[in-house]
Design a protein around this ligand. Structure first.
Ligand code: GRF
Length: 231
């Protein structure tokens, strides 16, 4: 079994989508085995408890990066974690942790990177910026995590229309539903590569972006129609 840790700072609806995919009825080769949060009261920890998944608070505020890295790696190793999925985790993951889980750590961002990413670009601010720029299309991006905010190789992106009367909240809600449709298959793709021992980049490709074009873990048309609000 590939053991996935999910890092979340907030309510954890993406975590829930992952729990539904991997832990509900069980999964052939992967499960969410740990939830890590930097916040004691995070809704994500409640969701973990409800699903019977261990939750762990690793406080990040005001700590030395080396110490935070050491504690994070200790926690991940104590739970035998194979890969990490960031789901609304608002902290920069310390470099030693990124290096340890290189190509085995994913993040989901609610805009079409490389646009509207980077430090401070999270939550409502992303959607405000998209509306201020008068974009007609936005959508979530799943990418591998590197040492900086939102710059790692892209695994999947999905376009979502911006409507004329959108507010940051209506737009966020539309994008979030698509996040729930694309994140589980993207996590499953990496988990499957680890499970099969092919490495994250099968077919001899060493470019993750080309790789994602060969084998994009597309959700079904029905999932996307539902996520966008079509019946
Ligand atoms: C999502 O929009 C995600 O893209 C971003 O943070 C938000 C988390 O929402 N990284 P939730 O906690 O999963 O509901």
């Amino acid at each position: 079994m590939i053991r996935i840790a999910v890092f979340a700072s907030g309510g954890g609806t993406n975590l829930q989508a992952l729990l539904d995919r991997f832990n509900g009825a069980g999964h052939r080769f992967a499960r969410v085995a740990l939830v890590v949060s930097d916040r004691e009261g995070a809704g994500a920890l409640e969701r973990a408890a409800r699903a019977g998944v261990p939750g762990q608070v690793v406080r990040a505020a005001g700590r030395e990066p080396e110490e935070l890295a050491r504690e994070t790696l200790e926690v991940l190793q104590a739970h035998d974690i194979d890969m990490v999925a960031l789901a609304g985790y608002l902290r920069l993951v310390p470099a030693p942790v990124v290096q340890h889980y290189r190509n085995r750590m994913l993040n989901i961002h609610p805009a079409l990177l490389p646009a509207f990413g980077g430090k401070g670009m999270y939550g409502r601010r992303v959607h405000e910026a998209v509306l201020a720029a008068r974009c007609r299309i936005t959508g979530p991006t799943v990418h591998l995590v590197d040492e900086r905010y939102d710059t790692g190789p892209i695994v999947i992106q999905w376009p979502v229309p911006v409507l004329a009367d959108d507010t940051p909240d209506t737009l966020a809600a539309r994008v979030l539903r698509v996040e729930h449709a694309i994140y589980p298959p993207a996590v499953e793709l990496i988990a499957e590569a680890l499970h099969l021992g092919t490495g994250v980049l099968p077919f001899g490709l060493d470019d993750p972006v080309a790789f994602s074009m060969v084998r994009t873990p597309a959700p079904s048309e029905a999932d996307v129609r539902r996520a966008l609000g079509f019946r």
